[in-house]
Ligand binder design. Structure first.
Ligand code: HEM
Length: 380
């Protein structure tokens, strides 16, 4: 039984052997991570095709059924015609085109519902079978709560774009939505990486510390990217390495808006400049970290993974430059958004698997306290 094996699972996440129940949990976590990446991709396509404001209501349950009759389509289209986006940007749009933008937004929301089901149903099952230890169970509950919050943030974001005079959602809310998705992805990958059979080779504290800082920096860079996307700052300064001839744009342009702090969100010059500087810092730190890891722990998984993070960050930077130079065609914007998730996954796995000598537990093989209904399970 899954439960009995899990109850005697070693507490050290890297100890062998990996019980079948734990393997199932790990596969489920990676499936969820994959679905989150799909969700980010469909969300990106929804934004880049200008489809995000086509559904004007939030109906988490009944909204799963799309319009099925001509009358239902006409009613949905009428609601969209009442939005500022239609009146300012899309006057004269036909029903056929409306159906296309509706399909993107509906698909994005539907994927969210499916993701919720694939999260909660197996969670209950694994919990009931006692396959989750306390730490994993607590982590999953936190991620479930974050997932629920993400749905609400998504709607708050859409609602911001339905306000009078608005033709797109508020940049800060879009960045928050993307960053929360990225946090959920990182959390899933972190927990999945925790469950493995092979012991990690210990690294120095410095290597472990920088691996974690790097994962944090990737998250910050994704948030800054969300601001670029949300404020459409990729449609200006389409030159590289200088910004229309300047290494650093004039102060008056960087801080053209008052109050000064709004420039970080609303001023396309500063928003793009921040994203560029963030990228240079991230790539530089990633390469320094890889050299450091190779010097301190040569030939180990930590050193190899550090080069993986550096290589992916550099590739993402190049993709960002291409996206900018071409003024954000759909394929480039979407690839840049999805590739950011690859960088985040690699950085998270690296941060989780890189352990310092002193953080390895002294006792390996101590039974882990199971989480949930283990006492009710038939195997107990
Ligand atoms: C190396 C680390 C980088 C990371 C992790 C990163 C990440 C991101 C993310 C997550 C977005 C938001 C995508 C979206 O919501 O559609 C974004 C947008 C963007 N980034 Fe980057 N980026 C990086 C480097 C760069 C560089 C070096 C440039 C150019 C100099 C750049 C240019 C852009 C542009 C133009 C957008 C807006 C795309 C759009 O409107 O869809 N990025 N970035």
């Amino acid at each position: 039984m899954v439960q009995s094996k899990a109850a005697t699972a070693p507490v050290h996440p890297n100890a062998e052997p990996l019980p079948a129940g734990r393997r199932g949990v790990r596969a489920w976590l990676y499936l969820l991570a994959f679905l989150v990446v799909c969700m980010v991709a469909v969300g990106g396509a929804t934004r880049l095709t200008g489809s995000g404001l086509s559904i004007t209501e939030w109906r988490p349950v009944t909204g799963a059924v799309p319009p099925l009759s001509a009358e239902a389509w006409a009613s949905e289209f009428d609601k969209y015609k009442g939005t500022p986006q239609y009146q300012i940007l899309n006057q004269g749009m036909g029903l056929a085109d409306f159906k296309v933008i509706y399909a993107w937004e509906w698909g994005h929301r539907m994927l969210g519902r499916i993701l919720g089901l694939i999260f909660f149903l197996p969670l209950i099952w694994f919990w009931w079978r006692g396959a989750l230890d306390r730490r994993l169970g607590a982590g999953l509950l936190a991620l479930g709560a974050l997932g629920g919050l993400q749905g609400a943030i998504g709607w708050i974001m859409v609602a911001s774009g339905l306000q009078p005079g608005m033709t797109a959602v508020a940049p800060l809310k879009l960045a928050l939505h993307l960053t929360t998705a990225s946090l959920i992805l990182a959390g899933l990958v972190w927990l999945a990486a925790d469950i493995r059979a092979r012991p990690a080779e210990p690294a120095s504290f410095g290597v472990k510390f920088t691996a974690r800082v790097l994962a944090g920096l990737v998250l910050v860079q994704i948030a800054l990217g969300g601001l670029v996307a949300g404020s459409k700052a990729g449609l200006v300064y389409n030159t590289w390495p200088r910004m229309n001839g300047d290494w650093v744009p004039p102060f008056a342009d960087l801080f053209a808006v008052t109050p000064w702090f709004e420039n970080f969100v609303d001023n396309v010059t500063l928003v793009q400049f921040d994203h560029r500087i963030g990228a240079y810092l991230l790539v530089a730190i990633a390469f320094l970290h890889a050299v450091h890891a190779t010097w301190r722990v040569p030939g180990t998984g930590a050193a190899r993974r550090a080069w993986g993070v550096a290589g992916l960050a550099l590739a993402q930077g190049v993709l960002g430059v291409v996206t900018l130079l071409l003024a954000v065609p759909l394929w480039a914007g979407l690839s840049h958004q999805v590739f950011a998730m690859a960088v985040l996954i690699m950085a998270t796995v690296h941060a989780r698997l890189t352990v310092a000598e002193q953080s390895l537990p002294a006792v390996v093989g101590t039974p882990s306290p199971a989480f949930g209904f283990e006492r009710m399970s038939p195997a107990s």
